[in-house]
Design a protein around this ligand. Structure first.
Ligand code: HEM
Length: 436
């Protein structure tokens, strides 16, 4: 496979974009990602090219449905997505669904997606509702919903996905996960680890991280051995994963299960917490939507979830790094660049979403449903979020549990988006005032 040199990437005419220094674009991308992307779109249209330290090569953003379709249909051999998750490899493992591509990825995806469909998954909803109600029962006065949702979605992850049974098991797993995630959540720490990536003793960042992962793995293997002895019959996603069989009828190995659980944790925790915090941030500024939510119409609840994911997607892009030159929507792009469906811009286009900046769940209840290529908070193609049905179900259960609360904004103006590791979060933590 040919890969362009940095020189070739620089000299091929890319779609227009800001001429500001890379450092400036990186700061804007991190601190005000929504405003930055919208500004780029206003000035340069679709597609546009940005340059940040996030990726070594420029990133070309597409947001129109036809181009988005083309990006999602690019073959994995030409536009792998695994490379974009490279920084999670030290924790996720070399065979994690997040970092592999091609046939190996498709095989893994078939296995991992199964538990997230159908009756088996719906059976997990009451447990999520119960966990949500006990968290929300503690809400009074000023609440930082992002912090609370990080806590709740971690609890859901460990109890409903990992299947932690009692308090002791839960607390031990929680402590081990916190230690290991600490290593991949903080960008400066990841960068310093990647630079060094050798064990300079237990006090170096890499050494500390390795120890945390080893401790976490040991605990997880203990859990797997216990569950193989005493299965919990569909009461957790883990039990469904344990029951899976590959094409030759073989059960999963411990290492395989470990990598699957870590992929779900890395991809599914911060994203769900951020999406729920945004939903609360929006709801607090829309008492009319809260009033309707209280009436308990399931179609409206679903519309609120879809609209929150549209107006404030937790991930702004679905990137693919080109290994060969490709033409997307008539634009010739060299190998090396990252082509991305820009989730944030696709769901902000006025031509597809009238009054796109307004949070209006009613739009989902009127007229024809929008094209699946313009509502893409979960990305698309063979890399579309494997946990999307679970994520939507989780959001529905939490918001249903929150319906009896009256939420007010701490400040009238909406919160800005800012980047926090992988995801985009409300910059004041989705603060709300809770009245009962
Ligand atoms: C509202 C919350 C969530 C959002 C907004 C979200 C969004 C996304 C996006 C945009 C991608 C990349 C898609 C692409 O490149 O085209 C992705 C991948 C993924 N997500 Fe989610 N996600 C959420 C929750 C979850 C949950 C709860 C789980 C699991 C329990 C999960 C598991 C995964 C996995 C395994 C992948 C990798 C799929 C692959 O590479 O084939 N996500 N997610």
């Amino acid at each position: 496979m040919t890969s362009a040199t940095p020189e070739e990437v620089r000299t091929t005419a890319l779609p227009p974009g800001p001429g500001a220094p890379v450092l400036w674009q990186t700061l804007a991308w991190m601190s005000r990602p929504g405003a930055f992307l919208q500004g780029v779109h206003r000035r340069f249209g679709d597609p546009a090219t940005i340059r940040t330290y996030w990726t070594e090569e420029p990133m070309v953003l597409f947001s129109g449905p036809d181009a988005v379709r083309e990006v999602f249909a690019l073959p994995a051999a030409i536009a792998p997505a695994g490379q974009s998750w490279e920084f999670v490899r030290p924790f996720a493992g070399p065979h994690s669904i997040l970092v592999i591509d091609g046939d190996e990825h498709l095989r893994e995806r078939r296995l991992l997606q199964k538990p997230f469909h159908g009756e088996q998954m719906r059976a997990l909803a009451p447990m999520i509702g119960e966990l949500a109600r006990s968290e929300l029962a503690t809400w009074r006065g000023r609440v930082n919903t992002l912090e609370r949702m990080r806590r709740l979605t971690m609890e859901i992850m460990l109890r409903v996905i990992f299947g932690a049974r009692d308090e002791r098991e839960f607390m031990r797993l929680h402590a081990a996960v916190d230690d290991a995630l600490d290593g991949v959540r903080s960008l400066p720490r990841v960068l310093s680890m990647v630079l060094v990536m050798k064990d300079l003793g237990p006090r170096s960042p890499w050494g500390r991280f390795r120890i945390a992962v080893e401790r976490f793995d040991a605990l997880l293997y203990e859990l797997l051995a216990q569950r193989r002895r005493e299965p919990d019959d569909g009461a957790s996603v883990l039990s469904l994963l344990l029951a899976q069989r590959d094409e030759d009828g073989n059960p999963p190995t411990d290492r395989h299960l470990r990598d699957e659980l870590v992929a779900l944790l890395v991809a599914g925790h911060d994203t769900s917490a951020a999406s729920l915090a945004w939903a609360f941030e929006r709801l607090a500024r829309h008492p009319e939507v809260q009033a309707r939510l209280r009436a308990g119409d399931p179609a409206h609840l679903e519309a609120v979830v879809k609209e929150a994911l549209r107006a404030r997607p937790a991930l702004t892009i679905a990137p693919r790094r080109l290994t060969e030159p490709v033409t997307v929507a008539g634009h010739a792009l060299p190998a090396g660049v990252h082509v991305t469906a820009c989730l944030w811009l696709a769901m902000r286009r006025e031509d597809l979403w009238p009054q796109a900046s307004v949070f209006r769940p009613e739009r989902w209840l009127e007229g024809a449903p929008p094209s699946p290529l313009s509502w893409i908070p979960f990305g698309g193609g063979v890399r579309r979020c494997a946990g999307a049905p679970f994520a939507e179900m989780e959001m529905r259960e939490v918001l249903r549990a929150a319906a009896p609360l009256t939420l007010r904004p701490v400040r009238a103006e909406g919160e800005h988006a800012r980047r926090s590791a992988l995801v985009v979060t409300p910059d004041r933590g989705g603060e709300v005032l809770v009245e009962r």
